[in-house]
Ligand binder design. Structure first.
Ligand code: GLN
Length: 236
């Protein structure tokens, strides 16, 4: 039992390291045929335009879409969340190819530019209920997207008050968000829809492994005959 990690660009090594800590092998995926060797996939954070160009170059989009459609568990973090969204808005999004499947609209770079990256304590009741530990999780937001709209089948796992000390890019303003959603004070940053998990932040950059364990449980539920205990027993 192994978890694929899209390894075109971004923080794939960090995801693989957390999986290793949990006793699960992370397999680097760069080519369409490699997807056949795994039953689940993590799409890491990075830079979604660059990642999309590389995915296009390697002709990965059709296989990634097929993978999602087949109901295999896929988790997108940050740029990976943008990949999974049905729709992306915000600066420089025009024409960017998406895998889609997650019924939501994400806004790229919602919180501003790189220097406006931040950490915040998130309330994560669903994660704490399943994984134990504190009711909060320290989210690392690096030029992060936010989820502005979700469809009826999407479960919201975490949201965040828009930090009042954050200024945002002119093309990515809270004003335009206010107009489009009417809720400028809170935005969604983690969702689940069936086999798909999306987080706007980077759990692989913290010591708290509960999001990875949560995803592995999703994998265990899907992979026939697998139980969470057998998943954690695999590997080093
Ligand atoms: N801002 C990046 C993008 O739009 C995502 C940042 C990240 O993955 N940390 O692709």
């Amino acid at each position: 039992m192994a978890v694929g990690v899209l390894a075109l660009q971004g923080s794939f090594n960090e995801h693989i390291a957390v999986l290793r800590r949990l006793g699960v092998k992370g397999v680097e995926i760069r080519k369409p045929e490699q997807l056949q060797s795994v039953t689940s996939l993590i799409i890491p954070g990075g830079e979604s335009t660059t990642m999309a160009k590389l995915a296009e170059y390697h002709n990965l989009f059709p296989s990634l879409r097929e993978f999602v459609k087949m109901g295999k568990p896929v988790w997108g973090t940050c740029a990976g969340l943008i990949f999974l969204a049905n729709k992306a808005s915000g600066q420089k999004t025009g024409g960017q190819e998406l895998v889609g499947g997650l019924d939501c609209t994400v806004h790229r770079n919602f919180f501003g530019s790189q220097i406006q990256s931040f950490e915040a304590e998130l309330l994560v009741p669903s994660i704490a209920a399943k994984e134990g530990g504190p009711p909060t999780f320290r989210g690392v937001f690096i030029r992060a997207p936010a989820i502005l709209e979700v469809g009826p089948d999407v479960e919201v796992l975490a949201d965040i008050l828009v930090p009042s000390n954050k200024t945002v890019d002119p093309n990515s303003t809270l004003d335009s968000q206010e107009e489009s959603t009417g809720t400028a004070d809170k935005v969604i940053v983690a969702v689940k829809q069936g086999n798909l998990l999306g987080t706007a932040f980077h759990p692989e950059l913290t010591a708290d492994t509960r999001w990875h364990s949560y995803f592995l449980k999703m994998v265990g539920e899907v992979v026939e005959g697998a139980s969470s205990s057998s998943i954690v027993a695999v590997g080093e």
